[in-house]
Design a protein around this ligand. Structure first.
Ligand code: KIV
Ligand code: NA
Length: 270
């Protein structure tokens, strides 16, 4: 599924698979496995940069990670996740930041945590040739406003507001919509109401696709959200390898003869 156009046209067909990646080797594994969309999420802040939230992540950090992911990706659509306050403040600046992801970092599209403030911007970016993935439900860049990472759309009026915003972003030209941490029945109804595909995380089984943070999926994260499933135990594998290295150096087993080269042409220096 190589283009944004294919993703847009995929609603209701085979489930769309999306995972995050933030570096070249991970992107190459994810791409080789046939994942449709690679998201260079601002979750890099938690997953890789040691922050408690995504708020400190910069445009330069996302651009650098996106460029690395793009270099290692042959098939998947690469989407750059725009960081907190890099969009939605001033239009010219928003366009410049989003444009960098395509011009400098070879992304295929950007993702914006969406709200009333991103409807016009989504239309403007789309007009300019910058495809936009929208994102509703839990938008972690609003953590201070929300007071925590709570499920969203849990009462009738909030669910209706979410559906209205979803329609407005579809009309503005968004090619797909992430729904994060919303009740499965709400995600299902939003999915039914839209022509563009929905991609869920903590949103039940009825969205057109699923996304997870790759570190959660492979079992590398120290903590994962309750809706994530761990499909491997890479952290245990890394711990084994690192402990093995320490043991081998301390015991003198590493480096062995096969790791060393003796230069016969150099005589003893003393
Ligand atoms: O940053 C991220 O990883 C995301 C996904 C969870 C959708 O926004
Ligand atoms: Na994000």
């Amino acid at each position: 599924m190589p283009t944004v156009r294919d993703v847009r046209g995929n609603a209701g067909d085979e489930p769309i698979t999306m995972l995050t990646a933030y570096d070249a080797p991970t992107a190459s594994v994810v791409d080789d496995a046939g994942v449709d969309v690679i998201l260079v999420g601002d979750s890099v802040g938690n997953a890789k940069l040691g922050y408690d939230t995504t708020l400190p992540v910069t445009v330069d950090e996302i651009a650098s990670a996106t460029a690395a992911v793009s270099r290692a990706t042959e098939d998947a659509v690469v989407v750059a996740d725009m960081p907190f306050l890099s969009f939605g403040v001033e239009e010219g600046e928003s366009i410049e930041h989003c444009g960098r992801m395509l011009k400098e970092a070879d992304a295929d599209a950007v993702k914006l945590e969406s709200g009333p403030h991103t409807v016009e911007l989504t239309e403007r970016l789309t007009d300019l040739g910058i495809p936009v993935m929208a994102h509703l439900g839990l938008t972690p860049q609003h953590v201070n406003q929300l007071g925590g990472y709570f499920r969203q759309g849990t009462d009738q009026s909030a669910a209706e507001r979410m559906l209205d915003l979803a329609r407005e972003h579809e009309d503005a030209g968004a090619f797909s919509l992430v729904l994060e941490h919303v009740p499965a029945n709400v995600a299902s109804d939003v999915t039914d109401a839209l022509d563009i595909p929905t991609i869920g995380i903590g949103a039940g089984p009825d969205t057109d696709g699923q996304v997870l943070v790759v570190d959660d999926a492979i079992g590398l994260s120290e903590r994962s959200p309750p809706f994530a499933e761990q499909f491997g135990d890479v952290r245990a594998e890394m711990e084994n390898a690192v402990e093995g290295y320490v043991d081998a150096v301390e015991s003198g087993e590493f480096p062995a003869e096969e790791h060393s080269h003796v230069e016969e042409d150099v005589d003893s220096l003393y």
